[in-house]
Design a protein around this ligand. Structure first.
Ligand code: NAP
Length: 602
């Protein structure tokens, strides 16, 4: 890795002005309201193109645990429950198989951009060693299947099924789980594991419904139309004018392959991503020390500590994520409210950030031959404002004669879709196929989507209660008034770029709660006092990062330019400390959430 050139004060001032201008070009008054969910008349964009639902009779039986969602969260909780001897575990999954985001996202070029050897969970247990440093999506999807098979989670699973309501029945102290396939079964415990990037979104612009060409969202790739495979070779596009909207992590991966296959590709960009070196390569067991017992656990722990800003002597993964951890570490002290000299922390971060961003902008100039196109592809914001991207194939795609980059920043994105194409400014781009790489309603799936009512004790509705009082949880995982319900996800706990590691810890915790409740024949339910204490922990050292996000270009990191939502949202001391806290709590305080049953078991 080269050392970036230091940046002079006057250049820093110029960058500040430029970043502000570029942000202003993009902020929209409608903020998050600019998007529409892929439902109702747009439900087509969210339909499953990979599996036709199998006919089956509705279930009216009872299980120990219903797990909503069959992504890595779901199969991990299933695995940990099996280890604790829980027998009747039923995954209910909208897709036709397990895999979650890797079931849905099969677009050409789909890869994990976190190293596979730390991202794929349970490598020590399954004995599997990923073949690439950054696995293709299908390898990851097949690993989720491997885990589900190893943990015997298929027999009782319900696929192509969406949970439509959860209702706590006081008389039996069980949950009644209703689905869109007519099921209505009982579960002693429910775990919500519906993921963060599950709900595709579209720009809420006029005319999408008028487009007469072919159209789909990247998370529902239509190979029947494009031909080819996740490796490319989309022969169906050889005579097609294709448009793609969006240049986030997904756009970066799919655009180079579309460029190779389409007759012509129009890339509609609003904000360019940062695109750093990828350097993907085949990996053998020897490269990662996979002959040693516990190698994957050690590697994953080392990675989490580095990206969480903890001191670590060796960097086993040594990629752009761990490389940028040093940069982000400079940012963290300026988020602390009690920080001594915030201005000097900020100045140190700004200088390091500018050097990194200059390096990334220079990368564009070094690869893209047309100066005007290169200028449009340069990101003008601070590194941590948006999800970083990585690719060695993205910029070269713009040197092809059949690729046109269309900058839509001044019009705040594509303005309109017509019968025949896309309108930006005075120009209509005629298209045969329009693909939306426009991302997801982040964190708004399952019970947080508002489309799955959860009625707890006394009929209280979870989201209604939280709308009045703010979200209330203990550790983000349990909530008073909603017994035996465990919530996986990012709310009120600590997240990480290696999200499967976080999910694995949550799954372990969920299974420990269930095992303890089973052993004592009790219910899991935190008191309001325990929730208050947890909210106080979150509030005590809550970071002050709104000033940072308020200066960032809009995106899902900052509520489309509005800064972060108010109120405590995450454990402030990072994932490593959070996992230690949970571990300690399980040893000493588990009894806090166990409450006496009054009803018999179903
Ligand atoms: P995204 O990051 O939300 O990007 C959506 C893109 O659509 C942005 O470029 C956005 O522009 C653009 N857009 C939205 N509305 C538009 C409009 N009206 N006109 C023009 N452009 C518009 O979604 P994503 O790329 O699917 O990624 C979502 C997340 O999934 C990532 O951040 C990442 O966490 C995860 N992901 C991970 C991997 C992996 O390898 N692990 C791969 C793919 C995705 P603006 O930036 O201007 O809003």
């Amino acid at each position: 890795m080269t050392t970036p050139r230091p940046v002079a004060q006057d250049e820093l001032a110029a960058l500040r002005r430029r970043y502000r201008l570029e942000r202003e070009r993009r902020v929209r008054p409608d903020g998050v309201g600019q998007y529409r969910t892929a439902d109702a008349e747009f439900g087509y964009y969210a339909a499953d193109p990979y599996t036709a639902p199998a006919a089956r009779d509705p279930r009216r039986d009872a299980v120990d645990v219903a797990v909503i969602g069959g992504g890595f969260g779901g199969v991990l909780v299933g695995t940990h429950l099996r280890r604790r001897g829980v027998e009747r575990v039923r995954i209910v999954e909208k897709g036709g198989d397990v895999g979650g985001t890797w079931y849905w996202n099969r677009y050409p070029g789909v890869h994990c951009d976190v190293e596979s050897h730390v991202y794929l969970p349970l490598l020590d247990e399954t004995g599997y060693v990923p073949e690439w440093k950054y696995s293709p999506g299908d390898e990851i999807r097949r690993h989720a299947v491997r885990i589900a098979q190893m943990s015997d989670l298929y027999d009782d699973a319900l696929f192509s099924t969406t949970v439509t309501a959860l209702t706590w029945e006081e008389s039996s102290e069980t949950w009644i789980v209703d689905t869109d396939r007519g099921d209505s079964f009982r579960a002693t415990y429910v775990v919500n594991a519906t993921g963060t990037f599950s709900d595709p979104k579209l720009p809420g612009i006029p005319g999408i419904e008028d487009f007469t060409g072919h159209t789909f969202h990247t998370s529902r790739w239509d190979y029947a139309y494009t031909g080819g495979t996740p490796e490319g070779g989309m022969t169906g596009l050889a005579d097609k004018r294709v448009g793609i909207v969006g240049t986030g992590a997904t756009g970066i991966q799919v655009i180079p392959l579309l460029a190779e296959s389409a007759a012509h590709l129009h890339v509609f960009q609003r904000t360019p991503s940062t695109v750093d070196v990828r350097n993907n390569r085949r990996t053998g067991a020897a490269d990662v020390g996979a002959d040693r017992e516990g190698w994957a656990r050690d590697r994953r722990g080392n990675y989490l500590r580095i990206v969480s800003g903890e001191a670590e002597e060796r960097d086993l993964v040594a990629d752009a994520w761990t490389g940028s951890a040093a940069l982000l570490e400079k940012l963290l002290p300026s988020f602390r409210r009690q920080a001594g000299d915030r201005a000097s922390f900020e100045a140190a971060y700004e200088a390091a950030d500018a050097a990194k961003m200059n390096e990334l902008r220079a990368r564009v100039d070094a690869i893209v031959s047309d100066a005007g196109t290169a200028e449009m592809l340069k990101p003008w914001y601070r590194y941590a404002c948006k999800r970083p991207g990585f690719s060695d194939r993205y910029y070269p795609a713009f040197n092809r004669d059949n690729v046109t980059l269309v900058d839509t920043a001044d019009t705040h994105g594509i303005e309109r879709v017509t019968e025949h194409g896309v309108v930006v400014g005075d120009t209509t781009y005629d298209l045969d196929c329009l693909i939306f790489a426009t991302g997801f309603n982040v964190g708004a799936s399952g019970i947080l989507s508002g489309r799955l009512p959860v009625h707890g004790r006394d009929g209280a509705q979870l989201l209604h209660r939280w709308a009045q009082e703010g979200p209330r949880t203990l550790h983000g995982l349990t909530s008073h008034g909603f017994p035996n319900l465990i919530l996986m996800g990012s709310l009120h706990n600590a997240s990480s770029v290696n999200f499967t590691h976080v999910l694995d810890e949550q799954a372990l915790h969920a299974a420990s709660l269930v095992a303890a409740a089973e052993a004592e024949d009790m219910l899991i339910e935190p008191s309001r006092a325990a929730e208050d204490a947890w909210l106080a922990v979150l509030a005590e050292d809550a970071p002050d990062h709104e000033w940072f996000h308020a200066e960032c270009t809009p995106g899902y990191y900052n509520h489309e330019g509005r800064g972060r939502p108010n109120g405590p949202a995450a454990y402030p001391h990072g994932a490593v400390a959070f996992h230690e806290l949970l571990d300690q709590w399980r040893r000493t305080s588990m009894g806090e959430v166990l409450r006496r049953r009054t009803a018999g078991r179903p």
